[in-house]
Ligand binder design. Structure first.
Ligand code: PGA
Length: 252
């Protein structure tokens, strides 16, 4: 089944509004046509400024996080309902930095997925193992537990709008990417688990992105793997020309 590739820029806590606006203009000019679905994840504070500023139709926008609850007394948090109310399409859920630095558990991530799909956001659900788990050869069990405890609570109708991002923790921001063989092995494992839980139609349609030190010089070979449907790009997404090269690699 042919799946359209998706390449996403996860800016994390980088770029000022001025730099982001410049990036947007540069990427729009360089991209010219739609090579893949392209989603930009800026900081909350100026997502809507960028959406208002952007006049093209090549880029989609998302938030890097949302609260696990609907609404209430949670100072500093932003809800899925609030994101949806300003027209944001996508939301990253369960990024490893949220798990590591903000204590997000599989249970919290399960709740975030539920509330995001309830408000018709399109979640990018992140999973992936730390180095010590890979060194023990237990990466598949580890990722399966993340899937079971967070993602598999969704109904077949709810999961249809989810994109999965496999991001081995040891590859994020380290300059050490998974080899195409390692990526394909895990992506095909994840797709197999989706098939067991939801059936062939959903597993054939769901997109699984790779993330972790994806760069212009390794994107093409990683994206060529049959079960890799694009990438979630951190560091290399900050420079417009590098990011565009990665998007182009998805079109090869
Ligand atoms: P990186 O980050 O490309 O800088 O490794 C990827 C991510 O964290 O989404």
């Amino acid at each position: 089944m042919a799946r359209k590739k998706l390449v996403a820029a996860n800016w994390k806590m980088n770029l000022t509004l001025e730099q982001a606006a410049e990036w947007l203009a540069d990427v729009d000019e360089m991209l010219q046509e739609r090579h893949a679905d392209v989603v930009v994840f800026p900081s909350y504070v100026f997502i809507t400024d960028l959406m208002d500023m952007y006049e093209g139709d090549l880029l989609l926008f998302g938030a890097q996080n949302c609260s696990h609850v609907e609404s209430g007394a949670l100072t500093g948090e932003v809800s899925a309902m609030q994101l949806a109310s300003v027209g944001i399409d996508y939301v990253i859920i369960g990024h490893s930095e949220r798990r590591t630095y903000f204590g997000e558990t599989n249970e919290i991530i399960r709740q975030k997925l539920k509330v995001a799909v309830k408000h018709e956001l399109l979640p990018v659900f992140c999973c992936g193992e730390p180095l010590e788990i890979r060194n023990q050869g237990k990466q598949q069990e580890y990722v399966l537990q993340q899937l079971r405890e967070s993602l598999f609570d969704l109904s077949p109708a709810e999961i249809a709008d989810v994109t999965i991002a496999y991001e081995p923790v040891w590859a994020i921001g380290t300059g050490i990417n998974a080899t195409p063989g390692q990526a394909q092995e895990m992506h095909s494992f994840i797709r197999g688990q989706i098939e067991e839980r939801y059936g062939k139609q959903i597993s054939g349609h769901i997109r699984i992105l790779y993330g972790g030190s994806c760069k212009p010089d390794n994107a093409a070979e990683i994206f060529a793997c049959p079960d890799v449907d694009g990438g979630l790009i951190g560091g290399a997404s900050l420079k417009a020309d590098d990011f565009v090269k990665i998007v182009m690699a998805a079109a090869l």
